[in-house]
Design a protein around this ligand. Sequence first.
Ligand SMILES: *Cc1c(COP(=O)(O)O)cnc(C)c1O
Length: 299
Amino acid sequence: MGIIDDRLAVIEPLSKFWYQKKVAAMDMLRLDLLHPVISGNKWFKLRLNMKYAQEHGFKTIVTSGGGFSNHLIATAYTARKFGITSVGIVRGKYDRLTPTLEACKAEGMELIFVSKEEYKDRHELNWEKEFVQHFDEILFVPEGGANEMGRAGAALLNRYINDSYTHIAVAVGSSTTMIGVRNSTLVHQIVLGFAPMKDGAYLNGYISNHVHQDKNVNWRLTDKYHFGGFGKWNKKLLDFMNNFYTENKMPLDIIYTSKMMYGVHDMLMNNEFSVGDKILCIHSGGLQGNVSVQRELIY
Ligand SMILES: *Cc1c(COP(=O)(O)O)cnc(C)c1O
């Protein structure tokens, strides 16, 4: 499993000027430092899946995602390192491949394009079967790494999270990372999820069903900071990212972590935390997705 050194992820304090001492401490877990391609939390969600595939002799990993999916490229890269063939079932047809899909191809991933209608059925049992009949010994990993091994892998993030934090902030896509973190931290530690899409609240039921029963408290999901929807952004968000970089010397990504930190900041300014709180924000990576806005960023 030695393709990534877990020690590269470190905890760094945010600037007191940035959080204006409204809480006792605010730190960032820099999962973005783990690897330039395998975006932070993706490695944690994939690692037990890959180990399982290797130990049980699976030759092919099949997964799915959209054209900008960090999970797809992370799977392509990781599978190659593990010597496993990877196949990505991609939502929608493309006249030109996105940079993410180009990168997947370069890592040897076989891409299979399905219509948005076909993709809608992805949660059905054996959905992937008809698309991948020509491959053998397949382990199917759902979109976002959202399976039991994905959640158990994300739970390993607790190795970085000490007991003194009162709150843990995490960006949410499939919510697999948030669920893993909720399951593996102390019950009184409050886990705050920030969904970057409109109507992210639909995930509440899913999270509730997948956290351990005794941990189904002290977690909250907000979709208030979506900036128009998944992948959408405006000048205010870009300004926030540039400011955040100036004050903390940490880059954020445009899809997930910028909206999370914007939300955390807004909550701070609305005095939604107490002065004694200690907050850990999880930087889940995704920086390679900034290519589309690179010219607007100072980093
Ligand atoms: C995928 C991703 C997430 C979302 O993780 P989930 O486990 O799917 O909720 C958050 N941040 C970044 C940078 C990501 O790439």
